[in-house]
Design a protein around this ligand. Structure first.
Ligand SMILES: [Zn+2]
Length: 302
């Protein structure tokens, strides 16, 4: 019964919930809480898979009423499958982390080489300016981070807009958004190919952009950021597709237009999303622990 319950919960979390969460409109009101909820959904899905792997074979043996050797074999199968899931996730995480670090180190070296920020002494020290006809902005995270702007962006944006764009990129760096994306990428790669879905990756990416937007509008105001997004959104460099690009930029600009100052409803939405995330993480554990506790109490000699 435990394995069945966990299996049903795991399938719901991996097949139904991502689509619902990606389409939900409230997430734009509390993007940080929505990212936490995505993390909880993913983690709870992993816990369910582990629970099914651990409880399933034993329960099957119990239902069939087989003897002790079959029970031991079922336990070995359960542990082997659970270990395989954990090892696959860890290997994927290590691979994604190493590859991202190497790529970022190369990228950092390149932007340092091509930098022409000396001509813009008023800008922050970690800023690098690349010459080129297209206006774009992005960041290279890591221990020695960089914010990269094109010379063209500095020409088409005014001082407040440049401040807003830099604040947005600095929020990505300060809040280590790359680590969140790396964990979702690692999970995506660990899932067998036919079952993979890019929905969580894309949804979390957009939500992290909104989180950085909220930090930037606190710094420079909504109007400056929104107009900067409108200028940069349609003319972004192919070298910086992760940021400030195309329809996502338009969606973010529309969101900034909707949001006004302090929004009390966001606090309520954040609290609900937080409670839901905590509940999701607790549920697989409860489904596993409650039957075990029941059996333990039944076996109690008194
Ligand atoms: Zn961004």
């Amino acid at each position: 019964m435990t394995a069945l319950l966990l299996g049903a919960l795991g399938l719901t979390l991996s097949l139904l919930v991502p689509g619902w969460l990606a389409r939900a409109r409230w997430t734009a009101r509390a993007p940080g809480a929505a990212v936490v909820l995505w993390q909880a959904v993913t983690l709870a899905g992993i816990l369910c898979a582990l629970g099914v792997a651990l409880a399933g074979p034993q329960e099957l043996v119990h239902e069939l009423g087989s003897g002790r050797p079959v029970g031991s074999a079922a336990l070995i199968v359960a542990l082997a499958v659970a270990s395989l899931i954990i090892v696959r996730l860890l290997v994927s995480l290590v691979r994604v982390t190493l590859r991202s670090r190497a790529r970022r180190a190369r990228h950092r070296m390149l932007v340092d080489l091509l930098d022409s920020a000396d001509e813009h002494a008023e800008l922050p020290a970690e800023l690098r300016v690349l010459d080129g006809p297209l206006p774009f902005a992005y960041c290279v995270p890591g221990r020695s981070p960089r914010v990269v702007l094109s010379g063209s962006a500095l020409k088409v944006l005014d001082e407040r807009q440049v401040g807003a764009v830099i604040a947005h990129e600095q929020a990505h760096l300060r809040q280590r958004h790359e680590l969140v994306m790396e964990s979702f990428t690692a999970f995506y790669r660990a899932v067998p190919r036919p079952l993979r879905s890019r929905v969580p990756l894309e949804a979390v990416h957009l939500l992290l952009e909104m989180v950085a937007d909220d930090a930037a509008r606190g710094h420079s105001g909504s109007a400056a950021l929104r107009s900067a997004l409108e200028v940069l959104g349609d003319a972004v460099s192919p070298a910086a597709p992760e940021d400030l690009s195309g329809s996502a930029a338009a969606e973010r600009a529309r969101r900034l237009e909707r949001l006004t100052g302090a929004d009390n409803r966001s606090v309520v939405v954040e609290a609900c999303a937080g409670a839901l995330a905590a509940g999701l993480l607790v549920l697989p554990t409860v489904i596993l622990v409650v039957p075990w506790l029941g059996r333990a109490l039944m076996a109690w000699p008194l």
